[in-house]
Design a protein around this ligand. Sequence first.
Ligand SMILES: NC(=O)c1ccc[n+]([C@@H]2O[C@H](COP(=O)([O-])OP(=O)(O)OC[C@H]3O[C@@H](n4cnc5c(N)ncnc54)[C@H](O)[C@@H]3O)[C@@H](O)[C@H]2O)c1
Length: 252
Amino acid sequence: MIFENLNLTGKVALVTGAASGLGRATALKLAAEGARLWLVDLDAAGLAETVGLLGSAEVRSEAADLSDPAACQAAVAGAVEAFGRLDALCNVAGLIYLANTPEMPRERYERTIDVNLNAPFFLSQAAIPHLLETHGAIVNVASCASYIGEAYAAAYCASKWGLVGMTKALAMEFQKKAIRINAVAPGGMMTNIAANYVPPEGCDIDLLKRFSGMRGLVEVQDVADMIVLLASDAGRGFHGACLSIDAGITAG
Ligand SMILES: NC(=O)c1ccc[n+]([C@@H]2O[C@H](COP(=O)([O-])OP(=O)(O)OC[C@H]3O[C@@H](n4cnc5c(N)ncnc54)[C@H](O)[C@@H]3O)[C@@H](O)[C@H]2O)c1
């Protein structure tokens, strides 16, 4: 653990991507700090597993495909209806398809943008009125691929660079209001995304080396802790930040 005693007792957090990896770790950390949770993911079985791991925490979960803007609106409405308030929106759900760009199917390009960029927008749009009432926070999960080009991942990079731009634009729009909007930018973590990482056929491995870094992977728990810090009142000094936790990949 990097951060403890963040005290989210009585607060309500909506976490997307909570069926596995970073979203699950974020849910567990939020619950350990006392938050009540509304968890959303495409993967119903994984969500049930996360709920099982949460033990006695107050939690509701909903399987939904967040590539649909209506599902994003419904997720926020569900959280507010269930708990009467919303204090934190953690946009963790994401996906990556690696491809030689000339061969990238349009459907995969569009789904990448829908899940990684459009869903955080529509979730934020629905959540902001509630977060203004509670002086709450949005935390977006960007990537080291928000700052450097990752070969064979043009759609992913576009979505994650866009997410940083959106984070900063929203932070400016709400500069004078009591809401905080930030992002984290992790390097490689050992989650399903990393486990299923399949370089495209015939790719140049040299081009991928740049992205593997020199210090190995980042701990999922460290990134989850940072998300929860930003979601909590202890993160009050952060607004419009995108914090790199990437073991130096973007250092130079
Ligand atoms: N693992 C890494 O190396 C790494 C590095 C940088 C950034 N990230 C980012 O971290 C975030 C979490 O990813 P992870 O590493 O935990 O991988 P993961 O695959 O374990 O988790 C991603 C979750 O998003 C969910 N999801 C995907 N599409 C969805 C949709 N349409 N609707 C609802 N849920 C959907 C998946 O079901 C899954 O549970 C992602 O935004 C990812 O881009 C990951």
